[in-house]
Design a binder for this molecule. Structure first.
Ligand SMILES: Cc1ncc(COP(=O)(O)O)c(C=O)c1O
Length: 233
């Protein structure tokens, strides 16, 4: 069953994305890893990751694994914490972290609605803060999808992942916003991007990218066949 296509339009509406930006697949942590393979590109000087101190445990393990996979350590994880005696996060404290250490930070992975406190964070502001120091910004919307409207397309975040088994009252299918169109057109080679799971139309967008040579287009594509089919139809 082509559930990744059947469910796409409704799912896009729920999170305020364009259908082309959404694909339903895998489980949340798997998707976060796939997204981090594409978006977490640490260098020797810019490699740290920011999460909330109350991040969901498996999100913490996922970013720790990514740090270790790239040869860094758990200490390279920076926590955005509530102030002493408070329970909620303050955006100005994230601003402070980024203005102090942003040059060393490659990625922010933040729960859009925190699973523990229920705090709904200001996604456009977080994207703006992260991007001010060229950090990628990813959002876990497990507790946001079906609960709040995150308006992903206009939020400015680089990627998001969520699941259908919280506020969407469903089984464990999970979907993710792979990346926005503006980002797709920036991709120069397949090696910049993990192709698994993208839909044929997303692939076409990437293939149509004039920056990419035909050889590169073919090299990384497990779906070239589908691409031809789509072009012919
Ligand atoms: C906020 C949050 N992140 C991540 C996960 C992990 O999801 P999965 O086990 O599908 O990878 C959950 C699951 O409950 C969650 O609530």
């Amino acid at each position: 069953m082509n559930y990744h296509e059947l469910l796409r339009d409704q799912m896009a509406k729920i999170v305020g994305a364009k259908p082309l930006e959404v694909v339903v697949m895998n489980t949340l942590t798997t998707n976060l890893h796939l997204l981090m393979v594409s978006f977490y590109k640490p260098t020797k000087i810019k490699y740290k990751i920011v999460i909330e101190s109350d991040a969901f445990p498996s999100d913490r393990y996922a970013v720790q694994s990514q740090l270790k996979f790239h040869g860094f350590s758990e200490e390279d994880l920076i926590e955005w914490k509530p102030r002493k005696g408070e329970e909620l996060l303050r955006i100005e404290d994230l601003e402070h972290i980024i203005s102090e250490k942003g040059d060393e930070i490659a990625l922010l992975l933040i729960g859009g609605v925190n699973y523990y406190t229920g705090q709904f964070l200001d996604l456009p502001r977080i994207a703006e803060i992260g991007h001010s120091k060229n950090c990628k910004v990813g959002i876990d919307l497990a507790h946001g999808a079906g609960n709040i409207q995150p308006n992903l397309h206009d939020s400015g975040v680089d990627f998001a992942a969520w699941c259908t088994y919280k506020y969407l009252n469903s089984g464990p299918e999970v979907c993710l916003v792979y990346l926005f169109m503006k980002d797709m057109l920036k991709i120069k080679t397949y090696h910049d991007f993990l192709v698994g799971g993208i839909t044929t139309k997303q692939l076409v967008l990437i293939c149509d990218n004039p920056l990419m040579s035909w050889k590169e287009q073919r090299a990384g594509s497990c779906r070239t066949h589908q691409y031809y089919q789509w072009q012919r139809s």
